[in-house]
Design a protein around this ligand. Structure first.
Ligand SMILES: Cc1cc2nc3c(=O)[nH]c(=O)nc-3n(C[C@H](O)[C@H](O)[C@H](O)COP(=O)(O)OP(=O)(O)OC[C@H]3O[C@@H](n4cnc5c(N)ncnc54)[C@H](O)[C@@H]3O)c2cc1C
Length: 291
């Protein structure tokens, strides 16, 4: 591990943004450290300076009271798991938090760190994408927001400038009747990298699917939305034939690779099976409980 770096620990957001503005290309932000420290130890990342965000309280917290649900960048996976507001407004995030690593990593790992690591297998990203989340980037110049489904520019490439940090992630509150779920397919339930992750959000109004979101993890260079599959569902009564067509379309919208965990063919099959299953369950639940 390269120990020759300058460590700074600002007390607040203004201090962090000052340091980031002065820092230049060689500076890395440190949140929970569950990616960064591992990468530094392995020599994959050798920053000249590290800005530790541990004391920056403004970046941590969950607000479920308004029209938009808002989660601070330094909010941990454990915070999500224990939030009644998140359980009610975004159950897919709880699904993801529950199968995320083990307890110690969950206590440290943050939402912003998960997004910023840029991995297509980052487990919080498909749920957030299925919720139409927006990433808020803060710098000394102010804030700007980028829809999460436009945030990733390629494998481990994103829209963040070097003088910016992810301050929060937010999304519009879903209508009263929605279903929102994430399924992680991996070799084990905990502490395993995702082979295929599928998040689905479905809303029903007047007996038809009013809104559909399908986000796919670990099957393309970035997490992706299956927008054409979503379009096949929107405005429709979801018969098995309609759901089948959408599940097959979702496969067309991913581009998985073979790796040590699974073949591309297996991942494509998983996308079809999981999309069909999650959409069917969502539709059944929403229409079964309709008054
Ligand atoms: C044993 C183990 C198991 C794991 N299991 C899982 C798993 O099941 N699912 C999963 O998705 N991941 C898993 N991970 C990966 C990791 O825990 C997550 O990606 C985690 O969310 C990273 O968050 P962090 O706060 O630790 O980020 P850090 O390691 O502190 O930082 C990661 C990257 O994000 C940047 N960053 C941090 N905060 C900000 C910010 N506010 N704005 C901009 N950039 C920022 C850092 O500079 C760095 O580039 C695992 C890791 C380990 C070691």
């Amino acid at each position: 591990m390269n120990v020759d770096f300058e460590l700074q620990a600002p007390d607040d957001l203004a201090g962090a943004l000052d340091m980031l503005a002065q820092g230049g290309a060689g500076v890395a932000l440190l949140a929970g450290g569950t990616n960064l420290i591992v990468d530094m130890r392995a020599g994959r990342h050798r920053p000249e300076g590290v800005i530790a965000l541990e004391r920056v309280q403004e970046l941590r917290g969950i607000d479920c009271n308004g029209a938009r649900i808002s989660v601070g960048g330094r909010t941990t996976v454990t915070d999500l798991l224990h939030s009644p507001g998140i359980a009610a407004a975004a159950p897919s995030l709880v699904d993801a938090a529950r199968c995320f690593a083990g307890q110690m990593v969950r206590n440290a790992a943050t939402v912003a760190g998960n997004i910023a690591c840029g991995s297509p297998a980052a487990d919080l990203v498909p749920p957030l994408m299925s919720l139409d989340a927006t990433v808020t980037l803060a710098s000394k110049a102010g804030e700007r927001s980028v829809p999460l489904d436009q945030y990733f520019l390629g494998y481990k490439q994103d829209a963040r400038r070097r003088d910016e940090l992810i301050s929060r992630i937010s999304w519009p509150r879903l209508p009263a009747r929605f279903h929102n779920v994430f399924y992680k397919l991996a070799r084990r339930r905990g502490d395993a990298i995702t082979v295929t992750g599928v998040a689905v959000t479905l809303c029903v109004a007047n007996g038809v699917c009013d809104k559909a979101r399908i986000a796919l993890g670990a099957v393309a260079p970035t997490v992706v939305r299956a927008k054409k599959a979503e379009a096949l569902l929107t405005g429709m009564r979801l018969t098995p034939a309609v759901i089948d067509a959408a599940a097959r379309q979702a496969v067309e919208e991913c581009s998985p690779i073979d790796d040590i965990r699974a073949s591309a063919e297996y991942r494509r099959h998983a996308v079809e099976v999981l999309t069909r299953r999650l959409v069917s369950q969502a539709w059944e639940r929403l229409t079964h409980t309709q008054g």
